[in-house]
Design a protein around this ligand. Structure first.
Ligand code: PMP
Length: 441
């Protein structure tokens, strides 16, 4: 008897007990892989590292005492409701309040068409679950939000990217891609788009293009999923008009309190045409029965009793100052040949490195120099983005942002010298001189 058999293991089930079941996973589990951002979190959160990587809202800017009192008051006054199960669609009063928030972006909607979800991430999951069969096509900007790509991949969707420029998604590219895909017999289930203050692109779809995108999708019979967590975080002027405002029947709108209040409440929502709304509620019930009554009522209480518009203004000013710090530092310190977007709101700048440089390959060096960013490839489903990187300015203080850019500029300068001396910079897959360890695996 071999040692394995002695322990009740056949060669096929050697290893840990969990390993033994790997071959039993459903096919869709293959698409569930950790994002590049996840792998980065451990390194980027070391105090000596300036993290331009994560997209964490600066919740410290909230009056936390007020939040504490509000929560305590909620339990004391409405405990039996707040601590009870709720409805699958979400608290009716909160849904009314959500409609008031959406009115700031030109949306006229009734509370009946809103489904409250566990962040807009869950809304993305539910919408994908009810629409996608394996192999169906989802159109998405290239680059696109990494969390949405992860969800699409988990449901075995085929993501086809549409190009973007400084004015957002390019309508001609959208029209051509739809034509080519449909001619080849593909089923396109929806266009997933982040029209305002794009993550990671940092750009906004201009007003003329909004109408074009709506027209193209309407003509082709393609549903639009408009993901808009940053729409109220613009630095200049009034909020942009949402796509949903001009086509209630052809757009599912996703919103969130994660950036305008705090992600810890995990309150987001979907606004959908009636039939889709019904399916979303069923999918919601199947996933979680009902969202937490407690956090829904807490958000409702916050909106009812606190100056939430003023708080959004505070966030906008804070993020504007940080955006300025990042853009000024990039202008002052980055070597020639590096380019980047200039966001009018939101959290992110999208930078492109000169020819011959690979952002993933230089990340270990950057971390060794105590600065982190997210390499561009994580934001594409087709392996593009190797010369690009996402830089976020939402979390570090302005002086830290400048220091981070100084360190990053030094690393890129070094890469350019390598490239110019040896004809190649650090190649992709090269561990780098100062590999920071398994965290980046
Ligand atoms: N969509 C986009 C574009 C995002 O950037 C995020 C968060 N980073 C989400 C959706 C999900 O946010 P939440 O679930 O916290 O609402």
């Amino acid at each position: 008897m071999t040692e394995e058999q002695d322990h009740g293991q056949t060669p096929a089930t050697q290893g840990s007990r969990i390993d033994a079941y790997v071959d039993r996973y459903a096919a869709r589990a293959t698409g569930m892989v950790a994002s590049e951002i996840r792998a980065l979190f451990a390194v980027a959160s070391r105090p000596e590292v300036v993290s331009l990587a994560g997209g964490m809202p600066y919740v410290t800017a909230l009056p936390l005492d007020m939040v504490g009192e509000l929560v305590s008051d909620l339990v004391t006054r409405r405990g039996p409701v707040a601590l009870q199960y709720g409805s699958g669609q979400g608290d009716p009063h909160l849904r009314e309040q959500i409609c008031e928030v959406m009115r700031l972006e030109g949306i006229e909607a009734g509370a009946d068409d809103v489904v409250v979800t566990v962040g807009s991430q869950q809304a993305l999951d539910l919408i994908t679950r009810i629409f996608i069969d394996p192999g169906d096509v989802v159109l998405a900007e290239g680059p696109s939000y990494v969390g949405a790509l992860g969800t699409f991949s988990a449901y075995q969707a085929k993501v086809v990217h549409i190009s973007m420029d400084d004015q957002g998604l390019v309508p001609e590219s959208l029209a051509q891609t739809i034509y080519a895909l449909q001619a080849a017999g593909n089923t396109i289930k929806f266009l997933y788009t982040i029209p305002t203050f794009h993550n990671p692109g940092g750009v906004t779809l201009n007003a003329a293009r909004r109408q074009q995108v709506l027209d193209i999708c309407q003509r082709a019979g393609i549903l639009i999923v408009e993901d808009n967590p940053y729409g109220l975080l613009g630095f200049d002027g009034d909020p942009m008009r949402a796509l949903r405002a001009d086509n209630p029947d052809g757009v599912v709108y996703l919103g969130s309190f994660s950036k305008t209040l705090a992600p810890g409440f995990r309150v987001g929502w979907a606004l959908a045409p009636h039939a889709i709304r019904d399916k979303l509620v069923l999918a919601m019930e199947s996933a979680v029965l009902s969202h937490s009554s407690f956090t829904q009522l807490a958000v409702g209480q916050y909106l009812a009793t606190q100056p939430w518009r003023e708080q959004i203004k505070t966030f906008r000013e804070l993020y504007r100052e940080r955006r300025d710090a990042l853009l000024d530092a990039l202008d002052d310190l980055m070597p020639t040949g590096v380019t980047w977007t200039r966001p009018g709101g939101g959290f992110f700048v999208w930078a492109t490195l000169p020819e011959g440089l690979d952002s993933k390959a230089i990340l270990p060096r950057a971390v060794a120099e105590r600065v982190a960013f997210v390499p561009g490839t994580g934001f594409f489903s087709d392996g593009s983005g190797s010369r690009q990187m996402r830089l976020s300015y939402c979390y570090p203080q302005p002086d830290r942002i400048r220091e981070g850019v100084r360190r990053l500029a030094g690393v890129i300068e070094g890469e350019l010298q390598l490239r110019d001396t040896f004809g190649t910079a650090t190649p992709p897959g090269h561990p780098g001189v100062d590999t920071p360890g398994p965290d980046l695996a």
